[in-house]
Design a protein around this ligand. Structure first.
Ligand code: PPS
Length: 312
């Protein structure tokens, strides 16, 4: 498929092991059919393959590259759209969709990239990654000239969003467990991309580095303009009032859900991707007991880290 046809509305194929897992020997199947593989000790989706992961670690990084990193369901597509528009004077790359504008190097699914593709890709490049710090795209961020933007979201909304997104999908092995089973898997670090606390804290501990910018979904929601200014400063982009207004308009939930650039129509199974886009939708799933249980785990795991989230 050409990028033009993707932008115009063609639907990409769904995930298939034989095409996207690349090797099948190390695929594992957990409870309720949950499919995954382990890379560097962390649970990963089948489409994050060993050879693509190796490529992602050894990339020739440029100083104007930006790497957007997150635990899944934390606002990756939202902030990537914001970064792209900051990189392109408010516009977007011609003939591309949002998904195709981001280089997901470790992933074989949807828009796989070869080393040659990446070498040829024009600057500034925007990479996306769901890796914890020790698996960062490009290698050790302390030794790389590019910028890393890490977006984090409160874990209760993350796990609910993730359940809606992934249960029953092909790349999860059509996982058929209940919400409470999913929540337990999340707490046990058994979901694809591993333990949320470890992931977020691994980046939070490096958030003071000059080339790392840490942003919370809840702050983007409640204070978009201040967060946009902070991000523009980090990326050395001159943010005029006009540019800020245009980016705010183009990246709001309603716009992204409805436009052919960002609606993810090119990702077949992701049809229900734009679900709620709010802070606090965890309340529709968590029982009172589950909420109290999780809050206790959250308090213990986050204690002394200096990082906290708002949940509503
Ligand atoms: S993924 O699949 O891991 O890359 O998903 P990710 O993009 O990180 O997160 C998806 C959730 O972000 C919501 N979203 C938004 N919220 C507010 N504003 C905007 N513009 C926006 N775009 C995406 C999306 O709806 C998912 O959250 P839930 O809670 O499921 O609605």
């Amino acid at each position: 498929m050409t990028t033009e046809s993707a932008a115009q509305g063609a639907i990409q194929q769904d995930y298939r092991d034989e095409l996207h897992a690349e090797i099948l020997e190390d695929l594992r199947v957990g409870e309720f059919g949950y499919k995954y593989r382990i890379l560097d000790g962390v649970v990963m989706p089948p489409y994050i393959t060993p050879s693509r992961y190796a490529l992602s670690r050894s990339l020739d990084i440029r100083s104007d590259d930006v790497v957007c990193t997150s635990y899944p369901k934390s606002g990756t597509n939202w902030i990537s759209n914001v970064i792209l528009r900051l990189q392109h004077g408010g516009g977007v790359p011609e003939g591309k969709t949002l998904r195709d504008s981001m280089h997901w190097v470790a992933s074989s699914y949807l828009y796989p990239r070869t080393k040659e593709d990446l070498d040829k890709a024009p600057s500034p490049r925007l990479f996306s990654s769901h890796m914890p710090y020790h698996m960062a795209l490009g290698g050790d961020p302390r030794e790389r000239p590019c910028r890393y933007v890490y977006v984090a979201r409160n874990p209760k909304d993350v796990v609910v969003s993730y359940f809606h997104f992934e249960a029953g999908q092909s790349w999860s092995g059509h996982y058929s467990g209940s919400w409470s089973h999913w929540l337990q898997m999340f707490v046990d670090g058994k979901l694809q991309r591993g333990d949320w606390f470890h992931h977020v804290l691994s980046w939070w501990r490096r958030a003071e580095a000059d080339n790392v910018h840490f942003v919370k979904y809840e702050d983007l929601t409640n204070d978009f303009h201040d967060e946009l200014k902070r991000l523009a400063r980090f990326l050395d982009v001159d943010l005029t009032d006009e540019l800020a207004a245009s980016i705010a308009e183009q990246t709001q939930f309603r716009t992204m859900k409805g436009d052919t650039f960002s609606d993810l129509h090119d990702a077949g199974e992701l049809g229900h991707f734009y679900r709620k886009g709010v802070v606090g939708s965890w309340k529709e799933r968590f029982t009172v007991h589950q909420s109290e249980w999780f809050d206790e785990i959250y308090r213990t795991r986050m204690s002394g880290t200096g990082l906290d989230f708002v949940f509503e």
